[in-house]
Design a protein around this ligand. Structure first.
Ligand code: PEP
Ligand code: MN
Length: 338
């Protein structure tokens, strides 16, 4: 942390800041510039609240030097992490991981049909919500445990790993019993108790970015999981809230190189929630892979027109298969495979 003093500050003001820094157990280093005095606080202060120093007389501002996250950062683990998806599939290596399936599990016929078709097209894992976080309480809320059983059945029939969302701590044990990967949705990224509960399991966690969270908050949420002992975290960008209305969410693909620079954790892109429109999904999937994403999570429904949730953004199995063919051409250009 650098403490920038206001111009005209006295020696006593600087000494006061030096004393406050020393009281926190850090070393100080005073730098006398031509116009300004600055005091560097040396040592890892990430667990300390230095904000109070801003209240000292003649302090202009505090400039952080280190990022607040640790265990999710590249500083701590310089090599990219390869995270298990389950059933032998991984994410974060050379091979791009593709997770596909319906927004919600609706029936046995629907989920088995879509699992078989996405598997045939080359998907690595099956997605599908059994517990759905719906904005409107009168909308379809998911099949609950019955939906989890159908996902497990689809895994038995296809060998695909199962990715499904859990919404509360009391669902952790039940969902972990059926799923390979626990999805924590955008609305729960700040639910620190849920993050810690998922961190106590041995299941990989797919953590979606909160729709108004910064990159830093996103990585700090991942740290809540990792700090409980679960290193297997996959980051997922699913779009953020902006003023735009031609999309459901704005999908910021620039987060891919930013995450690659800041973190060793893999990043997958959700172009379905990220756009809200099926016609945009193939283009944004291709763009994500070209930009260096480690994987995709895509909503695929055998009959989008009759989907109980998110039909407008769901692509058909045939469109998914065509998309996979185009990804097979793009991936080698960025030294990846699908
Ligand atoms: C979903 O994947 O269907 C979903 C509800 O995602 P999000 O949490 O990103 O809205
Ligand atoms: Mn959805």
């Amino acid at each position: 942390m650098i403490v920038v003093m206001r111009s005209g500050c006295s020696k006593a003001d600087v000494q006061n800041v030096v004393k406050l820094i020393q009281e926190l157990g850090l070393k100080d280093h005073v730098i006398e510039g031509t116009d300004r005095m600055v005091v560097a606080a040396i040592g890892d202060k990430r667990h300390l609240d230095m904000g109070a120093i801003e209240n000292a007389p003649m302090v202009d501002r505090m400039v952080p030097i280190l990022a607040p996250y640790k265990v999710a950062s590249r500083e701590v683990s310089p090599e990219p992490s390869v995270i298990p998806l389950g059933q032998g599939a991984t994410v974060g290596g050379k091979k791009i991981a593709v997770i596909a399936g319906p927004c919600s599990v609706e029936s046995e016929k629907q989920v088995i049909e879509v699992a078989q078709k996405v598997k045939a097209a080359g998907a690595d894992a099956l997605r599908g919500g059994a517990f759905k976080p719906r904005t409107n309480p009168y909308d379809f809320q998911g099949l609950g445990e019955e939906g989890l059983k159908l996902l497990a059945k689809a895994r038995d029939e296809t060998g695909l790993a199962v990715v499904t969302e859990l919404m509360s701590i009391d669902q952790v044990d039940m969902v972990a019993q059926y799923a390979d990967v626990l999805q924590i949705g955008t609305r729960n990224m700040h639910n620190f108790n849920l993050l810690m509960a998922a961190g106590k399991t041995d299941r990989t966690v797919l953590l979606k970015r909160g729709w108004s969270a910064t990159l830093s908050e996103f990585l700090l949420a991942a740290e809540y999981i990792i700090n409980e002992g679960n290193k297997n975290v996959i980051l997922c960008e699913r779009g953020i809230r902006t003023h735009e209305s031609y999309v459901r969410n704005t999908l910021p693909l620039a987060i891919i190189p930013a995450i690659k620079r800041e973190s060793h954790l893999p990043i997958v892109i959700d172009p379905s929630q990220g756009t809200g429109h099926s016609y945009m999904v193939p283009a944004m999937s291709r763009a994500a892979i070209a930009a260096g994403a480690d994987g995709l999570i895509i909503e695929v429904h055998p009959d989008p027109q009759h989907a109980l949730t998110d039909g407008g953004q769901s692509i058909t199995p045939e469109q998914f298969s065509d998309l996979m063919d185009s990804l097979r051409q793009i991936a080698p250009a960025v030294d990846r495979s699908v």
